[in-house]
Design a protein around this ligand. Structure first.
Ligand SMILES: [Zn+2]
Length: 70
């Protein structure tokens, strides 16, 4: 099964990546609601947000609290 987000995370398709670390990647949305609208996705495939392992979610949330980004 092909997953568009996994293709982006694995850099199999061209996209406007604006940030990434070893677990997440952010890129500009192809149909932006506003200028600079971006998406932040995990590099780990999950079908739904709530399928994301809690440790990964908490790590990202902690980073967001320390950072201007996300
Ligand atoms: Zn995927």
């Amino acid at each position: 099964m092909t997953c568009r987000f996994c293709d982006i995370a694995q850099r199999k398709v061209e996209d406007y990546v604006i940030w990434e670390d070893d677990k997440f990647i952010a890129f500009l949305d192809i149909t932006p609601a506003k200028p600079s609208h971006c998406m932040l996705i995990p590099k780990l495939h999950v079908d739904y947000f709530f399928d994301l392992p809690e440790s990964l979610y908490l790590e990202r949330k902690a980073h967001r609290n320390r950072s201007f980004w996300f």
